[in-house]
Design a protein around this ligand. Structure first.
Ligand code: T46
Length: 136
């Protein structure tokens, strides 16, 4: 069975012109077709974003500039934290994982690749509702 949260390492290509990292949908590293991308930047110091889970949406998070920390809670209550501080590091988050994004550096740009189009009804925004659904 796949883990709910997985660290990914994208290969870095490079030559005398600079470096390049590729994300491709439906591949070993991004195991879904990418339907949507968005990025988060210019975050307010000390801010905590996220604080939700998705029913279905799967995502890969990559901090393409700067750094931030992703904190996750699995349906069984297990918690983990991952510091994304280099553009070749990714984090695959499956559905039904409560997550926050925090400890953003000033220059952080967090890129998100998503398996689904935006749908507010796919969000579980209440923590107690998330826990209730996990124990059903
Ligand atoms: C997630 C984390 C990693 C849209 O209209 N379309 C979109 O595609 C997105 C992503 C957001 N929005 C709207 C919904 C809210 O009114 O933009 C506003 C800010 O979204 P939210 O408060 O959900 O942002 P974050 O940073 O807490 O969460 C985002 C994603 O929404 C979420 O899927 O997992 O990044």
């Amino acid at each position: 069975m796949l883990a709910n949260v997985q660290e990914l390492t994208f290969p870095t290509r490079g030559d005398e012109r600079g470096r390049l990292i590729i994300q491709e949908g439906a591949s070993d590293l991004v195991p879904f077709e990418i339907k949507r991308t968005f990025f988060i930047f210019d975050t307010t110091p000390g801010t905590v974003r996220g604080n939700h889970a998705h029913y279905k949406n799967r995502q890969v998070l990559i901090c393409v500039s700067g750094a931030c920390t992703i904190k996750c809670e699995m349906p069984d209550g297990t918690k983990c934290a991952h510091r994304l501080d280099w553009p070749n590091k990714g984090l695959l988050i499956e559905g039904m994982v409560w997550h926050t994004m925090e400890e953003f550096s000033k220059d952080a740009v967090l890129l998100v690749l998503a398996s689904e189009h935006y749908d507010e009804s796919d969000y579980i925004r209440g923590y107690s509702e998330f826990r209730r659904l996990c124990t059903k």
